[in-house]
Design a protein around this ligand. Structure first.
Ligand code: SF4
Ligand code: SF4
Length: 161
């Protein structure tokens, strides 16, 4: 309870004093971490490895030139293959997903895969229905949120209830 209160104070102050830094963003991630609990386990649907969008600084990577630059910076993402029409990337497939929906480079998988589904949920506010993981809202903590933060999380979260 005290941690949640202090985080909210820090978030509101940082939004006011240093809004263009990453501090408010990471404080909000910490608030989300207290309010939402991710439970369950992977059931190997493979949905997070195929037909997915990749992001650079929270912007979707939609052009082949941006993807080339991204790969130069993060070469361990080279297992992802862009699906594109006339140079516009619509999604990515990872060629390391086996026919049994297992990861063939599990020990060396990139950060996005290691952090899934937590980082995906913190960005997008949902986890795929077919995923073995699911999100539970801590209703008690949610009640203790400042109104402005509660409103933000209501917009962010696509959870039912
Ligand atoms: S590296 Fe492994 S976990 Fe990551 S997308 Fe590819 S198959 Fe999935
Ligand atoms: S979408 Fe969920 S259940 Fe499917 S492979 Fe990814 S983590 Fe596992």
């Amino acid at each position: 309870m005290i941690a949640l209160f202090l985080l909210q104070i820090a978030y509101v102050v940082s939004r006011r004093l240093i809004p263009f830094t990453s501090v408010p963003y990471y404080l909000m991630i910490m608030i989300k971490g207290l309010v939402f609990n991710i439970k369950g386990a992977c059931k190997h649907s493979g949905q997070c490895c195929q037909s997915i969008m990749l992001y650079d600084s929270q912007k979707p990577i939609q052009s082949l030139s941006v993807w080339d630059q991204y790969l130069k910076q993060y070469p361990d993402y080279d297992s992802f293959v862009p699906n594109h029409k006339c140079g516009k990337i619509e999604s990515f497939d990872c060629h390391c997903l086996t026919d049994e929906h297992m990861c063939s480079r599990y020990e060396s998988r990139p950060a996005i895969c290691r952090q899934y589904p937590t980082s995906f949920f913190y960005e997008h506010g949902f986890i795929y229905d077919s995923c073995g993981y699911y999100v539970e809202k801590n209703h008690q903590y949610f009640k203790w949120l400042f109104t402005s933060i509660k409103d933000q999380l209501n917009v962010f979260s696509k959870l039912n209830g």
